[in-house]
Design a protein around this ligand. Structure first.
Ligand code: PAF
Length: 279
């Protein structure tokens, strides 16, 4: 695996490989099996797989959250080598932002109005900024993103519409106890890890009782469950995947999305109920 830090070097290399189908997996590191499923998806569809690791400051609304974001470059490199990633791009702030560490302003079609957009102001502008910068450098044929960050996935699909690339989504990978894999899980204590199973359990409860109760009742039942847990429920929303806006009645293309915190660690998850293909 070739490790590249400079965008000029990566561009030069990619120029010399211009007839290859390029798959791109952008990440913020602290890699886990969810990321590896993206690498595998890329390897199965593309000639060359590029992964990037860059903890993007502009998508963090809190400096503390940015500082606490887990990193483990050595382990990441080992894992990527094991899974035969071809190129790892690890830029620094200057390579991507020069001296202007700020988000650009994107039209996000109001996909950022609720949920993560509401709880993390500016988050998706930061994501859109860094992803478009990376796409410009890598020029991938296909870029791969996980369904776990569903709102991010829909937004990236939207901002990529005019670009000459395909966005492929890959299903969420879970721990045996149902918890969605996330880089942030590393910061959970054993106890918190156990308690956090309530997140996926609540999603499954809603999915399994969707024909029995209305949305308000389901939300209330989940709220009650959280009240007797160690987690703080930020939101539970039933949204249309077409708009990422909450709905009050069950409809097609529905996703149930949830965010909760435990010991200041923020976890998100979702279940897609009856969508047309997300790809
Ligand atoms: O999902 C992530 O890891 C990040 O939001 C991304 C897409 C790599 C942009 O920094």
């Amino acid at each position: 695996m070739k490790i590249i830090k400079k965008k000029s070097e990566l561009k030069e290399l990619l120029y010399s490989l211009s007839n290859q189908k390029i798959g791109f997996v952008p990440t913020m590191g602290a890699l886990h099996a969810g990321h590896i499923s993206l690498i595998k998806a890329s390897k199965s569809r593309c000639d060359l797989t590029i992964c990037s690791i860059y903890v993007n400051p502009t998508q963090f609304s809190s400096q503390k959250d940015l500082r606490n974001y887990p990193t483990d470059a050595k382990k990441d490199i080992k894992l990527l080598k094991k899974h035969h990633c071809d190129i790892l791009f690890i830029p620094n702030d200057f390579e991507l932002y020069e001296n202007n560490l700020k988000s650009n302003e994107f039209d996000l079609n109001n996909f950022d109005k609720f949920m993560e957009g509401e709880y993390r102001p500016g988050h998706f502008q930061g994501v859109a900024t860094v992803v478009t910068k990376l796409f410009k450098i890598v020029s991938p044929d296909i870029a791969f993103f996980g369904e776990k960050d569903l709102q991010q996935l829909i937004i990236i699909k939207y901002i990529s519409k005019e670009l000459d690339l395909k966005i492929v989504s890959v299903p969420t990978v879970r721990e045996k106890n149902g918890i969605a894999l996330s880089s942030r899980n590393i910061n959970l204590t054993k106890d918190s890890f156990k308690s956090a199973t309530i997140i996926f359990e609540s999603l499954c409860y809603c999915r399994d009782h969707i024909n029995k109760y209305d949305i308000v009742t389901l939300k209330n039942k989940v709220k009650k469950l959280f009240e007797s847990s160690k987690l703080n429920l930020e939101y539970l929303e039933f949204v249309s995947i077409k708009t990422m806006h909450p709905v009050d009645v069950i409809c097609d293309n529905l996703a149930i999305c949830i965010a909760a915190t435990i010991e200041n660690i923020r976890l998100i998850d979702n279940i897609i109920i009856n969508a047309e293909e997300t790809n």
